[in-house]
Every structure is written in C-alpha cells, then in structure tokens.
Design a protein around this ligand. Structure first.
Ligand code: PZK
Length: 297
C-alpha cells in the first residue's frame, strides 16, 4: 500500500510516514535502498486535537524544514546533526532534507522550560516532574528556574508517549549516554530560549531525537525547535495561571471548538478549515519563521 498523502518520488522508496512527515530511502544504482541515508519530507498536514486535519496549510512543510535547518546551525557548537544535504527532488524542494541514517536512541528526549501539559499534571499530583522536585506554588505556564529533562517512551503510532523515569533511560542506553542526552536536550532548549527571547516567542518545551553514528558519536536527528516538536507561545500573551495560547495552532483550535460545530469527543473527524483560518494559520508559521530567523520564506 502506498501511504495516502506521501508523494511518489522517483529514485526513492517510501519507508515510513508519521502524522505529518514522510520518510524515504534513496535507491542505489543496484536498485536497493541506501542503508546510510534517508530523505525526511515535511508535508503541509496539520494535526489538532490529535487528529490530522484534511485541510493542508500551504508552506507549513517548507517553513518547518527551513526553521529546523536554521536551528541546526544555531546549535552546531553544542551538537552535530544528521543533515547531509538539501539537494532534494523538485516535488519536495524546500521541505525535505537528506540525512544520515543513524541508530536512533529509543527515548523521546523532552525538556521543559515552562510548566504545562503533562508536566503540570505530574507536578499537581506529586510536586515532582520526572523525578525533579519543583517549588510549591507553580501554576499553568510558570517559568522554571532552569529547564528540566522529562524523557518519555516512544509510543507506537496513535498512542501517547508515556513519561519515562530517568532510571529507565539509564537502563535502556547506559548512564553515560543518558547523561549526554539529558544535558544536550536541556542545553538545546536553553539555547533556543536565549535566541527566541526578545523575538516574541517563548519555547515552553521541546522534544528532540538523537541517533548514534557509525563511530559511536551522538547526533541530533529529526526536526528541532519547530512548532510541531515544541510548544511555541507568543511572549506578549504569556500570563501564568491559565492555559497559554499556542503561537501556531490557536486559530485552528478556537475555530474547531467554538465556531465549527464539531464536538471533539464525538468520534467524528474534524471538519475542513475555512480559507480565513488556513490563511491566519499559514501567516503564523511564516511569522514565527521570520521573527526567529529574520529571513522571509
Ligand atoms: C528516523 N524517524 C521519525 C521522521 C517520519 C518519521 N537520521 C535518522 N536515522 C534513522 N532514523 C531516523 C532518522 C531521523 N530523523 C526518524 N524515524 C526514524 C520520523 C520523519 C518522518 F515518518
């Protein structure tokens, strides 16, 4: 079966699709898939309330790919990355990257700089998040004194990642690799927020993925510090004590919940988005990219 939404790319074989991205392997002259390289393709698909909407957001895949590439450069002194080249088929120009195929670290490496989501729930229940004791009195959206590492398991598609005790990370990958992944994840989010501060965006938390190269060195893989892998908040609307608006998806969420007539608990697929919501949302992705990088698309 060919993946719905994943384009056929001459010279590549489709290997896997996530919710919004597709993975291919280049075909070698002998017709076999290249064991050392992958093509990572970002689509214009958008997920909201854990569902893929049927309405694409024009240029979303390009914005997220270019943003990730820009961050890889900003982080290059902290960690090497998997990027080989941006010379990709015309059909996916600007929204695909050729990368080294790595031995992926089987942990979702999450760091949090602000408290919300699952971390907030854990804190309310126990006063800790992922084994880190936090001070009393924190609320939804509170800034933490420093980012914390809150790893999670890689759940099969369609399931939610589960929080993973640090001891389980150590058991999976060993103490040295665990500490390296933890320290890098925290450093990546700290650097991200140093750069984003003053550019109107707070990065509440982020999920990164690491892989190990043929020499045993750790590399940053996947996408990095994009709105799909991170919570981006508009800095001027940050008010701890309530849920913060999402930089990129707030128009979609608000429209789905208040104007579309859709009931998110009905089991029905969400409706198609009207043009004005598509345009506002596209503008937000482009604006985030412009604010952070100073570049236009
Ligand atoms: C890899 N994913 C997630 C991303 C998808 C799925 N450099 C690498 N080497 C080996 N494997 C991966 C990577 C990377 N990045 C990434 N799964 C495997 C993923 C994009 C689209 F469908």
């Amino acid at each position: 079966m060919t993946q719905p939404g994943a384009p056929d790319l001459p010279g590549y074989v489709h290997v896997y699709s996530g919710k919004v991205r597709d993975l291919y392997a280049p075909t070698l002259p002998d017709g076999e898939p290249d064991p050392d390289r992958l093509l990572l393709v970002a689509s214009d698909r958008l997920s909201a309330f854990d569902q893929i909407l049927d309405t694409p957001i024009p240029d979303k895949g390009r914005v997220l790919t270019q943003l990730s590439l820009w961050w890889f450069d900003q982080l290059a002194d902290l960690v090497p990355n998997h990027v080989i080249s941006t010379d990709v088929p015309d059909a996916v120009e600007g929204r695909a990257v050729l990368v080294r195929r790595l031995d992926m670290v089987p942990v979702e490496c999450v760091a949090r700089a602000y408290l919300t989501g699952g971390g907030l729930g854990e804190y309310r229940a126990s006063g800790h998040v992922s084994g880190v004791a936090l001070p009393d009195g924190l609320v939804d959206g509170s800034r933490l004194s420093e980012p914390i590492f809150t790893p999670s398991t890689k759940a099969p598609q369609g399931q939610h990642d589960q929080p993973m005790p640090y001891a389980d990370v150590v058991a999976e990958i060993g103490p040295d690799r665990a500490a390296e992944a933890r320290d890098l994840t925290i450093a990546i989010l700290a650097r991200g927020n140093e750069i984003a501060a003053g550019r109107g965006i707070l990065i509440a938390d982020t999920k990164v993925e690491f892989g190990i190269d043929g020499d045993g060195g750790i590399m940053l893989a996947d996408e990095v510090l994009t709105p799909d892998s991170s919570r981006f908040w508009p800095a001027d609307q940050w008010h701890p004590g309530r849920p913060q608006p999402s930089y990129d998806k707030q128009f979609v969420r608000d429209w789905l919940l208040t104007e579309s007539g859709w009931d998110k608990n009905s089991g029905d697929a969400p409706p198609s988005l009207p043009d004005h919501i598509v345009e506002q949302t596209r503008d937000r992705y482009v604006e985030a990219y412009a604010r952070l990088t100073g570049a236009s698309l």
